[in-house]
Ligand binder design. Structure first.
Ligand code: ADP
Ligand code: AMP
Length: 215
């Protein structure tokens, strides 16, 4: 009986201690695979906060007085990966601000990160022990579909990188730098792969199945 109670108390304490620590799902896939679209749907249906590395970098680029604005603008246009010191600080700050406002918001979808070895090392250095990475949600989509979707998005997005020239570079960056990171997580059994070439609702049905199983 006493053993039972102490077991329940320690399990409760364990859950409380977990609640304090950010629970992270990394969201990866090619440019235009639908990461942002699916993250929005997840946020509507589950208690996750969506943090997009790309959105945070674009906001920093636009922030008046930012010392990194021009550098970020150049990297984005060239489809290159911005140095991790900048990205990781933006992510850490956004996570801290979210949890300071509401301690219950400790689940994060980190979209477009880690995109390369440098990102991963930066995460391990800065966030080691401070957050739990649950798994990687990988939106798998052919390069052709990715390019087509970005070009369509480019008709109205106003993004400097939704054009054919930038896209060729972004796809190369994805294949050369991001795929090996996904493969690394795969080896640890941490990747949940979704066929992202189908319709938004079909893709989301699979996303739901993954999240419901993991919760
Ligand atoms: P990412 O965040 O991976 O770059 P987005 O979510 O912004 O991709 O999607 C890229 C473009 O493709 C957007 O214009 C979006 O509306 C569209 N899109 C997203 N998912 C799908 C889908 N499953 N089928 C068709 N178009 C999609
Ligand atoms: P996205 O909005 O995810 O398509 O990202 C747009 C661009 O932002 C990328 O092509 C990179 O130049 C930059 N970027 C996005 N995520 C990262 C990241 N994790 N590390 C460095 N640069 C990034």
């Amino acid at each position: 009986m006493i053993g039972n109670v102490s077991q329940r108390v320690s399990s409760l304490l364990y859950r409380v201690s977990l609640m304090m620590k950010p629970q992270v799902v990394f969201v990866l896939g090619g440019p235009g695979a639908g990461k942002g679209t699916q993250c929005s749907k997840i946020v509507e249906n589950y208690s996750y906060t969506h943090l997009s590395a790309g959105d945070l970098l674009r906001a920093e680029r636009a922030r008046e007085g930012s010392e990194f604005g021009q550098l970020i603008a150049n990297y984005i246009k060239e489809g290159k990966i911005v140095p991790v010191e900048i990205t990781i600080n933006l992510l850490r700050k956004a996570m801290e601000e979210t949890m300071e406002k509401d301690a219950k918001k400790f689940r994060f979808l980190i979209d477009g990160f880690p995109r390369n070895e440098d990102n991963l090392q930066g995460w391990n250095t800065v966030m080691d022990g401070k957050a739990d990475v649950k798994f990687v949600l990988f939106f798998d989509c052919s390069n052709e579909v990715c390019i087509h979707r970005c070009l369509e998005r480019g008709k109205s997005s106003g993004r400097t990188d939704d054009n054919r020239e930038s896209l060729e570079k972004r796809i190369q960056t994805y294949l050369q730098s991001t795929r090996p990171i996904i493969e690394l997580y795969e080896k640890h059994g941490k990747v949940r792969t979704i066929d992202a070439s189908r319709s938004v609702d079909e893709v989301f049905a699979d996303v739901k199945a993954v999240l419901d199983k993991e919760d």
